[in-house]
Design a protein around this ligand. Structure first.
Ligand code: AMP
Ligand code: MG
Length: 410
């Protein structure tokens, strides 16, 4: 694999592939009630035990009858009623019909339903204003789901509709992967907690809030270890503690080559560093490795870089660890309204706002200043503008790739 671009940085695609290869789904599952299954990841294929619908039933309120009868006569005798949940017990014979409601089982003998708006009742005689074809307005057994078919595949993150689908085949419990446990902390002597008075030369920790919220969206249980100062002994202790109880560790800051950047050295000492310099912008310094069984992700300190690397590198890896399969993020071509500055050498993730123009075509604007510390540029955006590694400047009017935030195809 081309693991080193000419500038000594690892191309994004190589990093993504290495991450996917380094990760296997958790081997621990649990059975949970359907009511608790939203956003959990299915740990086995799910087969339907029977047909849905389970029996032929009416798609309309009206009358069930034999279509052929209306070729000879317009009036049929009403012999009973079929309601949803209360089937008609008898049989429909020549010249007869049964009042039927939506969802009620088609009575024996009947082969179609005529909606009530197309007929008139005169006592026990029903007059039909139109003819019918066999099978009209019947929903057939198994037309939604056939008995024995796989309705959902292992690795599917369950949506509200998936949960309804499982309910529709009568299943009340599902086997899912257990939730990920992820330890999270920020590193930096300058970091303070929001809600405290800011000392000179300090800033508020924002990365941990971004990442904690993103982990919550992924359904992970977060062990939030707060802010750890730039003290190698203290950091090492926290790394070891986190690794002992979690599937993954996410830190931010301290992964570069500054004097107070200890993350990589500690990882080297107590675990393993797999790579740490990636050809993306923002986000070049990124550490990936492991400590014992726990995966380690060291995000850059700059808030935009931390966000971009979490989205592009950590999220797909954690999703795979959580058991999800066949993941790709949605990407849409859009015409850029403004010229985009870009130097060849790294894959850029500029922040954009994708929308439609007057003709319905997708267009994208940037969100102003693109520095890696400008978190407001991400807050204003609804997508990344992904510009390929070797691309240079892009002129207004060119088509670019946009990646809407948090839209996964799976
Ligand atoms: P570092 O990677 O530790 O050298 O940090 C790079 C830049 O990101 C510095 O300006 C830090 O002050 C800033 N930074 C580091 N961690 C955080 C954080 N948790 N929240 C906001 N900014 C941070
Ligand atoms: Mg730092």
């Amino acid at each position: 694999m081309d693991s080193c671009a000419s500038n000594g940085l690892m191309p994004l695609e190589a990093a993504q592939q290495l991450l996917q290869e380094a990760v296997t789904a958790l081997n621990s599952t649990e059975n949970i009630l359907l009511e608790q299954a939203l956003d959990r990841v299915l740990a086995c294929d799910l087969q339907a035990g029977f047909n849905v619908p389970g029996y032929d039933n009416s798609a309309m309120d009206g009358y069930a009858l034999r279509a052929g009868d209306l070729a000879q006569q317009q009036n049929l005798s009403l012999i009973g009623k079929a309601m949803a949940g209360r089937p008609f017990a008898g049989k429909v014979s020549q010249g007869q019909c049964v009042r039927i409601m939506t969802g009620a089982a088609i009575p024996d003998g009947a082969d179609c339903v005529i909606m009530q708006e197309r007929c008139s009742a005169e006592g026990e005689q029903i007059r039909f204003h139109e003819r019918a074809e066999v099978h009209n307005n019947i929903r057939f057994a198994g037309e939604d789901i056939t008995a024995g078919s796989c309705i959902l595949q292992q690795g599917k993150r369950l949506s509200p509709v998936d949960i309804g689908l499982i309910a529709s085949v009568g299943v009340a419990e599902v086997k899912v992967y257990r939730r990920l446990k992820v330890a999270l902390f920020s590193t930096g002597d300058e970091l303070q907690l929001p809600g405290t008075a800011l000392a000179k030369g300090c800033i508020y920790d924002s990365n941990r809030y971004v990442v904690a919220a993103m982990l919550a969206r992924l359904g992970a249980d977060v062990l939030n270890l707060g802010v750890i100062p730039d003290d190698p002994a203290r950091l090492e202790q926290v790394f070891i503690e986190a690794a002992a109880s979690c599937d993954a560790i996410v830190s931010s800051g301290g992964v570069s080559v500054g004097e107070a950047d200890y993350t990589k050295d500690i990882l080297n000492k107590i675990g393993q560093v797999n790579f740490w310099k990636i050809a993306i912008k923002p986000g070049k310094p990124f550490a990936f490795g492991s400590i014992g069984k726990a995966l380690f992700f060291g995000l850059p300190g700059n808030p935009v870089a931390a966000t971009v690397t979490f989205h592009q590198l950590v999220t797909p890896t954690l999703r795979a660890l959580a058991g999800e399969q066949n993941l790709t993020s949605l990407s849409l071509p859009a015409r850029t309204q403004i010229a985009l500055r870009k130097q060849p050498g790294r894959t850029d993730f500029q922040r954009g706002i994708v929308s439609r123009d007057g003709n319905g075509g997708l267009i994208v604007n940037d969100t102003g200043e693109q520095g890696s510390g400008i978190l407001s540029s991400v807050s204003k955006a609804n997508c990344y503008i992904k510009i390929p590694r070797e691309s240079g400047n892009i002129a207004a009017g060119e088509t670019v790739e946009t990646i809407p935030f948090d839209k996964w195809l799976a």
